[in-house]
Design a protein around this ligand. Sequence first.
Ligand SMILES: Cc1cc2nc3c(=O)[nH]c(=O)nc-3n(C[C@H](O)[C@H](O)[C@H](O)COP(=O)(O)O)c2cc1C
Length: 426
Amino acid sequence: MNSQNILLGVSGGIAAYKAPELVRRLTERGATVQVVATQSALEFVTATTLQAVSGRPVRSSLWDPAAEAAMGHIELARWADQVLIAPATAEFMSRLAAGGAADLLSTLCLASEAPLTIAPAMNRVMWAHPAVQANREILERRGVRIVGPDAGDQACGEQGLGRMSEPDAIAALMFAGEALPGRQGPVRPAAISKSRPLAGKTVLITAGPTHEAIDPVRYITNRSSGKMGYALAEAALLAGARVILVSGPVNLATPAGAERVDVESAEDLYKATHAHIKGTDIFIAAAAVADYQLQQVAKHKIKKSQVEISLELTRAPDTLASVAKLSPGPFTVGFAAETTRLRDYARGKLQNKNLDMIVANQVGPDEGFDKDDNAVEVFWPTGEKSFPKALKTELARDLIALIAERYQERLNASTQPDLPALSSRP
Ligand SMILES: Cc1cc2nc3c(=O)[nH]c(=O)nc-3n(C[C@H](O)[C@H](O)[C@H](O)COP(=O)(O)O)c2cc1C
């Protein structure tokens, strides 16, 4: 258990009703939580409830002589190892962006050197408003970590992007153990535990299909839904990693805390991966990247004037092979989706591309793509393991555990020169 001091700021959105659950999720992970609520927040959730779950009186006013005498606001700002604002209203984001200090919570945010994470929650139209997006950008540039919002049903009866991320996901992120970006130094390092074997590690995951343009309106793609890659991102976050998710076009919500980079084509995916690969410990290539792209993309829509047309294709860049060639490079995991001779092709790809591990799955009309479950065979240079059919979310957790184990072994082997290396890669 890790005993962080977390200052939880609750601002006045409808999602404040989730704040008591968030306190529980943080305290059960070992945190000491001090709640600071805005006046508006107390219209949605009572100080009594928040005090009962946190075990500490809730602070809400700058002008409270008794509270100031017990722990002044500057002292409170120094006490925090991390500051989390959940939910963060549009109004609170604007105060943060402007550097306002008219109330206790915004004053604390200015006075604290602790890493700041916010979980915005608001109506989807509010979230999409240029003013809110401009504030988001300012905060991001300043190193504030922004979790969510998620897509889904909203309290106002609408559907869209604006829901606060789930308390469990936010809490898991607060314990990710990585050095957070921004003004401050690293979070007090979390103990590497069995449940968080990737704490302090950066994992880059590619997910989804690619679109290879034929002309301005048409493209070639494949049946990948991105579900496996997204499940792996979620599992890696829960294992404590910082996750960069390079995603092809999919219809999935970003896992809370993942840094998502959207791409379209194999070429984009190659560039985005290489732009973020430096400092990455583990690379998981779960995207179904096109092997071929158009030799020449038509500038204008191809007209239906001929009976037959031919499309000239050429090899698309091979991101996986290029990352596997990096030296020093991350622990590299490939995926192979095959319709026949699964084991042979997978073992061949492991060897030819010089990977640390390959996850192979049989695809066909009822298997693999766009399904919620999957069965896979995993191979690495010195072993293999079968995973029977399971939900992709469960499978992802098992795969991340295995990847963390093999990664650690490679690390141990490279720091013990007398022992034979498990992988031929450095
Ligand atoms: C019923 C109701 C629900 C609201 N829900 C939200 C919300 O989800 N997100 C938001 O940004 N503002 C919401 N607001 C508006 C905020 O409460 C308002 O902007 C307030 O000034 C925020 O103050 P604070 O940021 O100091 O907590 C809501 C207001 C009402 C009356």
